[in-house]
Every structure is written in C-alpha cells, then in structure tokens.
Design a binder for this molecule. Structure first.
Ligand code: FES
Length: 105
C-alpha cells in the first residue's frame, strides 16, 4: 500500500498506509488526524481540506483543475505548494507523498 506522510498543523508527522484509489483527504480523515475538516466531503466545494505539498513531492502530482485553483484563491493560507487533498488520488506512483495540513483560515 502506498504511504502518505502527513504533518499536522501542530507539527506532528504521521506515516499513513493509504489504499490506492482513495483520496489523500480520505486517508487523512480515516486516520483521525487533527485539522482537516473536509466539510464538503470531497466534492471540491469547500477548501477545508487544504494541504501544502512538500516541494520534493510536487512532481508526483498532476496540474490542478480550474475549480481547485479558484477555491484555493479564497484561502489566506494559499502558497505555491497549496492543493486540496480531496483532489489528490492515491496511486502506487505517489508512494511517499508528503503533505502538511494547512492552518485553518
Ligand atoms: S473536502 Fe471540500 S474541497 Fe476538499
């Protein structure tokens, strides 16, 4: 199973075993980590699943969609590494992906 390495907003790092085919948001939520509200349940309409992707992991991800980009524009915490974790599909090729849960706006 691919591993997902997640740092919480408090700075605690967790290594999650994430099933291929689910999203990073689901893996983080299922692990019960703090700080990821994911209020819309993963339909790309709330931006409360905001994460920052480790620069070394950026190349593992596809370009973001226009919808994701627009939603992130509403966040004060957006930076060049921002993504919505509900839009990141876990695949074997993304084994070792490193994310940090963004602080709430
Ligand atoms: S869970 Fe709402 S946008 Fe990701």
């Amino acid at each position: 199973m691919p591993q997902l390495i997640v740092t919480t907003a408090k700075g605690e790092t967790h290594v999650l075993e994430a099933e291929s085919g689910i999203t990073a948001m689901m893996a983080i939520r299922d692990a019960g980590l703090e700080g990821l509200l994911a209020l819309c349940g993963g339909v790309c309409s709330c931006a409360t699943c905001h994460v920052h992707v480790d620069p070394a992991s950026q190349s593992l991800l596809d370009e973001m969609s226009e919808d994701e980009n627009e939603l992130l524009d509403g966040s004060l915490r957006r930076n060049e590494h921002s993504r919505l974790s509900c839009q990141i599909l876990i695949t074997p090729a993304r084994d070792g992906l490193r994310l940090t849960i963004a602080d709430e706006d």
